[in-house]
Structure formats: C-alpha cells, structure tokens
Design a protein. Structure first.
Length: 139
C-alpha cells in the first residue's frame, strides 16, 4: 500500500473565506500515484474548516450569512474564549459547524465525487497563513 502526505498552505485575504482546493487535492492525487484508495483532507487550524459542497457564489454567501447568524463575530465580549485576549471565539464555533475534514474515495485515479461536489477550505479567522493536510493511502 502507498502512503502520501502533503501540506497545502492557504493565505486567506479576508477574515472569512471559502476557497476551492479541489485542484490542489487532484494534483496531490496525481503526485501520489494512487489509483484506488482514499484521501483525507483536513484543516490543521482550529478556526478553519474543510468541507464538500457546490462551487456556487450564492451558496457561499448563504453560508457566510447563516454562520454569522449562528455565531456572530461581534460583540467579541459575548464569548468567554475571548477573555484570553483573542477575538476569534466565533471562528471556533463556525469551524465546529462546518467540520474539520473530508474523506473522498479514489477510483481509477480520480476523486470519486457526486455531481457538483468540490472540496473547500473554509476560513473563519483569516489574514494569516494556515495549513491543510492531504493524506492519501491506497494502491
């Protein structure tokens, strides 16, 4: 069985962003040489997420609005976590909602997606460099 590991570095220019990383993961798959197996993609920061959904701008705006309604950034004093001097209590909650990682099957050397599925990095406390782990195992 083959094993492959790579870290992708993400530089989100805004506090909240949804970045399509499907192409990056496909490049990793090609580098790995795995034809049958699985790929794990996970955010390596507790204020970021990796998820699968449609690459449609209206949906991404809906995510932003919905997440802000569930866990508004301000006032920052509403979060006990922010007593540590941080201002990102909301980002931790947003990450919990959107999830840490995804696992995708690899079939005949391709990511085995359903219609419209893409892999996204979700950033909720951006403007600094963060990592995404891609781990591929299989034959």
């Amino acid at each position: 069985m083959k094993s492959y590991r790579k870290e992708l570095w993400i530089d989100a220019k805004s506090r909240v962003a949804f970045i399509n990383i499907t192409g990056n993961v496909q490049e990793c798959l090609q580098e790995s040489g795995v034809r049958e197996g699985i790929v794990l993609v996970n955010a390596m920061h507790i204020t970021a997420s990796v998820f699968i959904n449609d690459d449609e701008p209206g949906l991404h705006q809906d995510f932003r609005r919905w997440l802000e309604e569930l866990a508004p950034h301000e006032p920052v004093s509403q979060y006990l976590h922010n007593r540590t001097g941080e201002d990102n209590g909301d980002a931790h909650l947003k990450r919990q909602i959107m999830g840490r990682e995804v696992v995708v099957a690899i079939t005949e050397g391709r990511l085995d997606f359903g219609p419209w599925e893409q892999i996204f990095y979700g950033e909720f406390d951006g403007k600094r460099r963060k990592r995404v782990l891609v781990k591929i195992i299989g034959e």
